[in-house]
Design a protein around this ligand. Sequence first.
Ligand code: PRP
Ligand code: URA
Length: 211
Amino acid sequence: MYPSEKVLEIKHPVIARDLTILRDKNTSTAVFRLALGRISTILAYNALKNIPLRDFIVETPIKNTTGYEIDAEIVVIPILRAGLGLVDAITTFIPDARVGHLGMYRDEVTKKPVDYYVNIPNGIENALVLVVDPMLATGGSACDAISFLKSKGAKNIRFICLISAPEGIDKVLNDHPDVSIITASVDECLNENKYIVPGLGDAGDRIYGTT
Ligand code: PRP
Ligand code: URA
């Protein structure tokens, strides 16, 4: 068990049902995307739980009362390509969130992340930066992404993923103890090919139908 302020594993019947859809190798791309969208929305909602609010007076048709607006700059950073599948979940709640992109793939032999594209918005120093990727396996991609964003000045980072392996969680907590993880499942382990067990297979291939 991890401390919940470090690793928030969201338990919910809808998540249990949708994770099953995602894990099922016979699920079609269309149905996979719908389940991914639902789970991502629940994760995003929870990842935004304690963001700061600013109060102001709002005039209802009846009287003035206290209203609230979000008092935080939110930047979303999907790790391409699979991370793109989680962006809409954040912008559902924060329509003006800015979106940066980090292109990274795991080399099939070394299993180490390889960078191929970077486009990060200005101003991440003062933003809540939500790094999104469906899978946290060895933690190599997540840790490289987080280190890179810190080198660009990011100070407040949360990592959102659908499925995580203990190995990846341990690496993120060890390398970046200031970063919290929001996940729908902490799975059992990694296999000999560094895939998450039981996992869902290759997230990018399943989202984009590229098997
Ligand atoms: C997957 C996944 C993560 C990474 C996780 O991406 O989306 O980015 O692997 O593995 P790690 O924790 O061991 O680094 P992949 O390399 O398959 O690229 P893709 O998104 O382009 O399919
Ligand atoms: N990347 C994936 O897409 N799935 C895994 O299980 C591990 C890394």
